[in-house]
Design a binder for this molecule. Structure first.
Ligand SMILES: NC(=O)c1ccc[n+]([C@@H]2O[C@H](COP(=O)([O-])OP(=O)(O)OC[C@H]3O[C@@H](n4cnc5c(N)ncnc54)[C@H](O)[C@@H]3O)[C@@H](O)[C@H]2O)c1
Length: 433
């Protein structure tokens, strides 16, 4: 098939590349000329494990193309994916401007029947709005499909190639057959393609993210109880997760959730509910707990240092909102760094890949260094904020020798408290004894 993908962000680029890898001819479109130039030159604008190699190979083998012109990609396309951003609007709702603009670009460029697929995370009813835009901008026949994406940054290729399930909101049999054909190579391990109506598909995406965010906030609350009651959250987590009805994933307390999806999707779902007169009280609590959690490490540090970190040097390991990505959107590190700097601390931070992105966002308020032990050098305390693998087993003796104070604030519970204490550190985790 000939496929157009509008938007070459985390979702669009991975989608386009994986469909090219399965044999289709894909043209990815972005309004950002710099991104398109970089991609055409064999570069990749984001850090995503395995992506660069796949982009290069499929481009070389003439299955993957990049352009700034929607018309070039859409003319003759069997399928056109919309994978542009849906950032929060002023009151928390998802801003559909980019999606509707992309739909108009597609409509103007159609040359025949096309399945227009919405991959962006969009509010319930968006498929109808996309259909209206297309009806205004083309006389060619089309179908609109809602196909939300569930990939995780840092494991995006694997998630796309081997999804748990594929959700397809579709009303026409013709479009349904196209979607089944398109996804067949990715569901060979009998993962379900769940066909449903578009409104249900749109809501499924928000419901899934809101559920995951709720688990995280729930565990962060349990961890706060553990901190105050002398219980150990690792033991409680294991005890809970072993119950098959609960399961282990997403029961890890930490410094709160961030990234480009959970915070905005929780807000968008609450706003969607409010617009129709429903109060999603549970999600309000999820969000409130998360905001509080992002400040929890700093509060622990303030308590430890007698109420002030002014004049202290704090080393920070990890800035990205999670490991294996350079995405800093709504990263808890931003709240933590702002609080530390605001309290008068000097901060020196290291992240294995997010340094450049962080530098643009932090604008010189924090010193960013190339190497983890450089961030710890002379520090009164070390914060672990993102659980990159390379931080998991530090050289305790080297850390001890390089730091001035010997206090660790482990925001992801990755260090063994017994080992850290045996090495001469004062250790604080999240809800750990
Ligand atoms: N990032 C994730 O992990 C993830 C996972 C699942 C779903 N989603 C959803 O997928 C959507 C895209 O997310 P993302 O993280 O890839 O966004 P992103 O911001 O990384 O990328 C969006 C891209 O679209 C481009 N764009 C905007 N308007 C355009 C237009 N009219 N024509 C061509 N290009 C245009 C932008 O320049 C940008 O490069 C969002 O709705 C998001 O909620 C994201």
């Amino acid at each position: 098939m000939k496929i157009a993908v509008i938007g070459t962000g985390y979702v669009g680029l991975v989608t386009g590349t994986c469909f090219a890898e399965s044999g289709h001819v894909v043209t990815c479109v972005d309004v950002d000329q710099r991104k398109v130039d970089l991609l055409r030159g064999g570069g990749v604008p984001i850090y995503e494990p395995g992506l660069e190699e796949l982009v290069k190979r499929n481009a070389r083998e003439q299955r993957l193309f990049f352009t700034t012109l929607a018309a070039e990609a859409v003319a003759g396309a069997d399928v056109a994916f919309i994978a542009v951003g849906t950032p929060p609007g002023e009151t928390g709702e998802a801003d559909l401007t980019y999606v509707l603009n992309a739909a108009a670009d597609i409509g103007k460029a159609l040359t025949g029947y096309c399945v227009v697929v919405n991959k962006s995370t969009v509010p319930v009813g968006s498929a109808e709005r996309v259909r209206e835009v297309l009806a205004r901008t083309t006389t060619h026949p089309f179908d609109v499909v809602s196909n939300p994406e569930f990939l995780k940054e840092g494991a995006a290729i694997d998630d796309f190639m081997r999804p748990d399930r594929v959700v397809v909101g579709v009303e026409s049999d013709r479009a349904r057959a196209v979607m089944a054909d398109l996804y067949a190579p990715f569901v060979r391990a009998e993962q379900p393609i769940l066909f449903m109506d578009p409104r249900s598909a749109e809501l499924t995406k928000y419901a899934a993210n809101a559920m995951l965010a709720t688990r995280i906030s729930f565990m962060n609350e349990i961890a706060s109880l553990c901190d105050r009651m002398g219980a150990d959250v690792d033991a409680v987590r294991r005890g809970m997760g072993s119950d098959k009805r609960i399961g282990h994933p997403f029961l890890y307390p930490g410094v709160g959730f961030g990234g480009s999806c959970f915070p905005k999707d929780v807000r968008a779902l609450m706003t969607m509910a409010r617009f129709i007169g429903l109060d999603f009280d549970l999600l309000r609590a999820v969000e409130r707990v998360n905001e509080r959690q992002k400040r929890s490490l700093v509060e622990k540090a303030l308590r430890h240092f007698g109420g002030s970190v002014a004049g202290k040097t704090i080393g920070v390991w990890g800035l990205a909102f999670k490991p294996k990505t350079d995405d800093m959107r709504e990263a808890p590190a931003l709240t933590i760094l702002e609080a530390l700097v605001g309290q008068g601390a000097k901060v020196r931070a290291h992240d294995p890949v997010a340094r450049e992105v962080a530098a643009q966002m932090l604008r010189g308020t924090v010193e960013l260094v190339e190497e983890p032990y450089q961030a710890a050098a002379g520090a009164d305390a070390l914060f672990l904020v993102t659980e990159w693998n390379e931080f998991r087993q530090p050289d305790w003796a080297r850390l001890k020798a390089t730091m001035k104070g010997h206090v660790l604030f482990d925001g992801r519970n990755v260090w063994d408290p017994a080992k850290a204490r045996a090495a001469g550190f004062t250790y604080f985790g999240i809800g750990r004894r």
